[in-house]
Design a protein around this ligand. Structure first.
Ligand code: NAD
Length: 280
């Protein structure tokens, strides 16, 4: 039976380090969080981010804009926050109204205030192994792998999902650890090759958003499985991997919920403190 890789205890340890770093800063770090319009989903995120920020000694400044804000007005607002020296980091809450393109907007945040690690300047640094601010979910997965004790050197790592926030940055971070990385995606599935790649994985990371996509019987004996997916099935939240069957074969596996999730917000706060340090 696999060991459970829970995010919470790892997050608690990292938070302890963040608290100490916050105390060493000249000023309390400030995170500006832009929310455009009302949305129950992002309201929940904001609530949990506010609580964690408070716990870490970080000021969380919620900037609520009306639902009919234009892209031009949002850019102007971001530029004001860029120029505001009391603000160390800026995030844009998702989802945004249909008229606003998130990717386009996130490029207007100064790289040194981009605490989601999504600015091309920050993403680009990953290629050179020099990034100080990493995309939060990818960083959370790296922390889980680190806690699993896995030696990644020369290991067969298969990532399923090639999004900008998870699969693509992770592939580069894992290459830096000298893992042999395969990135599978919708094209791999359409070509009927997903199963054969997954069966080879000594470390499997799945970030798709489809419950039960990865069959438990595909998991290699002793593999480490990180399930990033979050899917609502009835009243329950589940990942992309068939958990019960997979945990019988894996050596370690993340639960959903309780695996990657609790670490992602912690990574955001760690990025904020890193940004504040760089600005000092
Ligand atoms: P995305 O929609 O941007 O990308 C999905 C990826 O899955 C793409 O690469 C696509 O090619 C691939 N894909 C789709 N269908 C596939 C199939 N049948 N076979 C193989 N690959 C397939 O998704 P995202 O934003 O990276 O999120 C992925 C999942 O991770 C979602 O469930 C999301 O909710 C979850 N997520 C969790 C956290 C967390 O903190 N736990 C953070 C971010 C995302």
């Amino acid at each position: 039976m696999a060991r459970l890789l829970e995010g919470k205890p790892i997050a608690e340890k990292i938070k302890e380090g963040i608290r100490q770093e916050v105390e060493l800063l000249k000023n309390k770090p400030v995170l500006a969080s832009i929310m455009v319009g009302e949305n129950a989903g992002s309201a929940t995120y904001v609530k949990s981010q506010t609580k964690i920020a408070q716990d870490l000694g970080i000021e969380y400044r919620l900037q609520q804009l009306s639902g009919d804000t234009s892209e031009a007005a949002l850019i102007e607002f971001i530029q004001k926050l860029n120029a505001d020296r009391s603000v160390n980091g800026i995030i844009i809450q998702m989802p945004l109204p249909a008229a606003i393109d998130y990717k386009k907007m996130s490029q207007f945040i100064l790289p040194e205030k981009d605490v989601e690690g999504m600015h091309p300047a920050n993403i680009g640094k990953i290629v050179f192994g020099k990034a100080k601010i990493l995309p939060c979910t990818a960083a959370a997965v790296m922390e889980l792998l680190n806690a699993s004790g896995a030696d990644l050197y020369g290991r067969e790592v298969v990532i399923v999902g090639h999004s900008e926030i998870v699969g693509k940055p992770l592939s580069l971070l894992l290459l830096d650890k000298f893992a042999t990385v395969t990135v599978a995606h919708i094209g791999t599935s359409k070509a009927g090759k997903l199963e054969e790649h997954v069966r080879r994985a000594e470390v499997l990371i799945v970030a798709v958003g489809k419950a039960g996509l990865i069959k438990g019987e595909w998991i290699k004996e002793g593999a480490i499985v990180i399930d990033v997916g979050i899917n609502r099935v009835g009243e329950k939240l589940v990942g992309d991997v068939e958990f019960e069957a997979a945990e019988k074969r894996a050596s370690a596996i993340t639960p959903v919920p309780g695996g990657v999730g609790p670490l992602t917000v912690t990574m955001l706060m760690r990025n904020l403190v890193e940004a504040a340090k760089l600005q000092q």
